[in-house]
Design a protein around this ligand. Structure first.
Ligand code: SF4
Length: 409
């Protein structure tokens, strides 16, 4: 987007206002593919009506199924893969500007920005098509990330959310060792970055020293997102996750020991081939025991060319849904109990947006989009809502996934 602007073109918010539309697709599970295809079909209709002149499709779906898509959707002017930035700019009539490296046009509110620390993945997870689309793990050098983070800070970013397909692998390809701890330290040194949040930390061979850096630095959130996928040993083995239930439990104990009070977020897959009632029960018991702070559940999606593809997709969709619902119901009780225990606490929250009569904010224990929110009455701010700023609040009430608060006087 920064390249488009630097070439004198204007980015617009509404598709109907555009001359050219570029759809950035996702393609890692059925639901994502469906959503991407629906968006393309809608845009094709717009093109037929003459609302837009050119239509381009980029990203993972296009990388994975380009030949099929070209055949099925001839109305699309051109398909691009995941790294074809230069070709996109040139097709639009511009020239790629290498000097812009690290500069971005922020599509999120500027106070909170994602920082992608690497691309691709070298893990062998049996169910996952992401390495097919994104290729092998390539870490971005620390100095480039510090440069990009400093640029973001100058644009007003206060919260950096570190993402990658696998953040704990960071550095192995580039430096021959895991450098996540050092990266965290160097980013934490940037003046004005007040929150750093770590997402997508793969559990196997977790670099434990990263937890010490997180504990020692005030501006790294006590928050960790660590997708576990399952808790049954046979399934973990079939999924090729490189970890057992016992090793997972030891890691969770270590995280809680080294990072007291941290919120732990995780995600699981239900309905993977071979998940029996008993193995699902193992997962259910594990969730009950571990009392995660945040939790998400995906339904297994059979993906061609993954190693699990040969196992078929024997578990009916309704059973997958029942299992997801059972886990989410369990988690909603856990989350309510945890949230109620926060009533009366003081918290520092970051104000994201206004909704109705409330400012919607987040604590350091919550990532945007996926986690809890803290609602503070707009009336507490005398007509000047502190959007993008931190405020100190007292928690007054709690629901399953939200907290109510009032501004501290
Ligand atoms: S670590 Fe994540 S991205 Fe990599 S193969 Fe496993 S599930 Fe896919």
């Amino acid at each position: 987007m920064a390249q488009i602007e630097a070439n004198g073109m204007t980015l617009v918010a509404e598709p109907a206002e555009a001359d050219a539309l570029i759809i950035n697709t996702c393609g890692f599970i059925d639901a994502a593919k469906e959503e991407s295809v629906n968006s393309i079909v809608e845009a094709v209709e717009m093109k037929k009506r003459g609302d837009i002149r050119q239509l381009f499709v980029a990203g993972c779906l296009s990388e994975r199924y380009r030949a099929d898509l070209e055949k099925e959707l001839p109305e699309v002017d051109r398909f691009f893969g995941v790294t074809d930035f230069r070709a996109i700019i040139e097709t639009l009539g511009g020239s790629y500007k290498y000097e812009l490296l690290g500069e971005r046009h922020l599509s999120s509110p500027s106070h909170s920005a994602y920082l992608k620390i690497s691309e691709g993945c070298d893990r062998p997870c049996s169910f996952c098509a992401i390495p097919i689309m994104r290729g092998q793990h390539v870490s971005t050098p620390i100095e480039k990330l510090v440069h990009e983070a400093t640029f973001l800070r100058e644009k007003g970013t206060k919260e950096l959310i570190l993402i990658a397909q696998d953040t704990t692998y960071y550095g192995l390809d580039l430096y021959g060792e895991r450098r996540l701890p050092r990266l965290l330290g160097e980013l934490a040194d940037i003046d004005g970055i007040e929150w750093i949040r770590l997402m997508y930390a793969y559990p196997s061979r977790f670099p434990l020293e990263a937890l010490d850096v997180m504990r020692e630095r005030d501006n790294i959130c006590r928050y960790i997102d660590i997708p576990l996928q399952h808790a049954d040993d046979a399934l973990l083995k079939s999924m090729r996750r490189g970890i057992t239930r016992r090793a997972t439990e030891e890691l969770l104990t270590e995280i809680r020991h080294r990072l007291p009070g941290a919120a732990i977020r995780t995600t699981f897959i239900v309905g993977y081939p071979g998940e029996t009632e008993e193995s699902f029960r193992t997962l259910h018991d594990f969730v009950a025991e571990q009392q995660f702070d945040r939790l998400g559940v995906f339904l297994y999606s059979r993906e061609e060319n993954t190693t699990a593809d040969i196992l078929g997709d024997p578990i009916p969709h309704e059973v997958k849904e029942q299992r997801r619902d059972a886990l989410m119901e369990l988690q909603s009780g856990i989350s309510l109990t945890k949230n109620k225990a926060r009533i009366g606490d003081d918290m520092r929250v970051l104000c994201d947006r206004i909704e109705g009569d409330f400012i919607v904010a987040r604590s350091e224990f919550d990532a945007p989009e996926v986690d809890n929110e803290v609602l503070v009455p707009l009336g507490d701010f005398n007509g000047s809502p502190p959007l993008g700023d931190f405020v100190d609040v007292a928690i007054t009430d709690a629901e399953e996934y939200d907290l109510m608060a009032s501004k501290r006087r």
